[in-house]
Design a binder for this molecule. Structure first.
Ligand code: NAD
Length: 497
């Protein structure tokens, strides 16, 4: 199947069958491709080309640049099934979610096309007669993109679609666990570039297939004014100071530790469905996965009973075949999950689920039943993001205590409350409420739409991607003062003669 989709997506066998770095399927551990890893010299050469491409592309009027993104969106619509299938084969999320990721790419293209006619600045009142002040937004330069395995295509597109309409060239270092999806996105974008015509330079978008040293080369280069990096907090801690040391800008989208406060007035049918999707979906490997359930003590037992029943019915198996939960990415992810569960047991927590599944059919695929872990307090284990389907359940007595628990973790990505009490709902989204970048009411923490800005605070890195006014991050701001009078008055009334 992999060959059929790669062929339809326009990736050549030379690109994905001939290297010495083996790409494996998380479902059965089998080889699905071989790629060639690039070293630091190849990255430097790519940056040279990206600089030249930027000079050409930044001169193309923004609405024309939007036309390229429109053509790319068309390619994605045409190949949604193929690319969604490839995402599922390579990173193991179920097909529905693979398709959902591609739909997000289509959505951001639509948004970026409109945005290409709306890269507007301000006019500002000048204190001097005969003067105009305004703010302009100009293209920035080559944009470096680093992405994680669990969303191998959508976060790239959130950045790429906006960066392109803003007049920038792209250098993408995808996760070494999912290079094939990146090659496919690049092939589709190249088709759009070809259809667009000569104004689009050949090296407008480049993919760097490499491991950490390739990422570091990109991060350290002063010719790349913006690094947008998605991945673990560990990676962000390494990348952020390196970019800052050369006065570059970064957008950081790092780990999350997302909570739901479940109040006694909540619609429990809705809440249980939301928990199932956000805690167990994508085998707990979303940055916005629900990891902490803070439930009112009066409904704790009822909720736990309903959840365990729902968890017992989750269909686990081949992500291509109508199951709800596919495999973990690899053996290391499985071991990290098991060691977190073991620590929880040692600390006296009650653990439900979490066992390996289907090992007889897939000895090299790491399927697990999602786990529910009842803990007394929010200790270091709960505060740490274990990238696997573990839901820690804790109870609260009054709403302020629940809010404090929601905020008392290092990460600040997503959060939600289920309540029908308007005071609780409004308090949660107020300045004194959730400290996260995303705070939802009666919706789980995952599954964001692209119209809003996406990202989080604290150890999540503070970056924002996707909608709202995020496009400004991909441009440089310039303040202009134009004197159309015959005098030369100075600001602040200063006399200099
Ligand atoms: P990871 O940090 O291991 O790798 C992410 C990317 O960073 C990879 O491309 C990797 O090669 C690169 N990288 C690692 N160290 C680097 C360095 N020193 N310099 C340059 N590049 C480096 O993350 P992962 O395991 O692929 O993804 C899972 C993590 O990503 C989780 O923590 C998850 O919460 C987070 N994530 C966050 C978001 C978000 O939007 N906040 C989205 C998806 C995933």
């Amino acid at each position: 199947m992999i060959d059929t989709v790669m062929q339809r997506l326009g990736v050549t066998e030379a690109q994905y069958r001939q290297g010495d770095y083996v790409v494996t399927s998380p479902t059965d551990g089998g080889e699905i491709g071989r790629v060639t890893l690039e070293g630091v010299e190849a990255v430097a050469a790519r940056i040279d080309r990206a600089e030249k491409a930027f000079k050409q592309w930044s001169r193309v009027p923004a609405p024309r640049r939007g036309e390229l993104v429109r053509l790319f969106g068309e390619q994605l619509r045409r190949h949604k099934q193929d690319l969604g299938t490839l995402v599922t084969l390579e990173c193991g999320k179920i097909l529905q979610e693979g398709l959902g990721e591609v739909q997000e790419m289509i959505d951001i293209c639509d948004l970026a096309v409109g945005q290409s006619r709306q890269l507007y600045g301000l006019t500002i009142a000048s204190e001097r007669p005969g003067h105009h002040m305004r703010e302009s937004w100009h293209p920035l330069g080559p944009v470096g993109l680093i992405t994680a395995f669990n969303f191998p295509v959508a976060p790239w597109a959130w950045n790429a679609a906006l960066a392109l309409v803003c007049g920038n060239s792209l250098l993408w270092k995808p996760s070494e666990k999912t290079p094939l999806s990146a090659l496919a996105c690049q092939a589709l974008l190249e088709r759009a570039i070809e259809a667009f015509g000569d104004d689009a330079p050949r090296d407008l978008s480049q993919v760097i297939i490499g491991v950490r040293d390739a990422g570091e080369r990109l991060v350290d280069d002063p010719r790349v004014p913006l690094i947008s990096a998605t991945g673990s907090t560990r990676m962000g801690r390494e990348v952020a100071p390196r970019v800052a040391a050369r006065f570059g800008r970064s957008i950081l989208e790092l780990g999350g530790n997302n909570a739901m406060i479940l109040a006694p007035s909540a619609d429990l049918d809705m809440a249980v469905r939301a928990i199932l999707f956000s805690a167990a979906g994508t085998a707990g490997q979303r940055c916005t996965t629900l990891r902490r359930l803070i439930v009112h003590e009066s409904i704790r037992e009822e909720v736990l009973e309903r959840l365990k029943k729902a968890y017992a019915g989750i269909r686990i198996g081949d992500p291509m075949e109508g199951h709800l939960v596919g495999p973990l990415i690899d053996a290391q992810a499985f071991e990290q999950m098991q060691s977190a569960l073991e620590r929880a047991r040692q600390q006296g927590a009650k653990v439900f689920g979490g066992e390996r599944q289907l090992a007889d059919i897939y000895p090299n695929g790491y399927f697990v039943s999602p786990a529910i872990v009842e803990v007394e307090r929010q200790d270091d284990l709960v505060r740490h993001e274990t990238f696997a389907p573990i839901l820690y359940v804790m109870s609260y007595r009054d709403f302020d205590e629940a809010l404090a628990m929601n905020n008392d973790v290092p990460q600040g990505l997503s959060s939600c409350v289920f309540t029908t009490d308007v005071r609780e709902a409004e308090a949660f989204v107020s300045d004194q409420g959730s400290d996260c970048g995303i705070a939802n009411v009666n919706i789980g923490p995952s599954g964001a739409e692209i119209g809003g800005a996406f990202g989080g605070e604290k150890d999540t890195g503070g970056g924002r991607e996707s909608g709202s006014d995020v496009w400004k991050s991909y441009m440089r701001r310039q303040t202009n003062t134009v004197n159309y009078s015959r005098e030369l008055p100075l600001a602040q009334g200063i006399q200099f003669d």
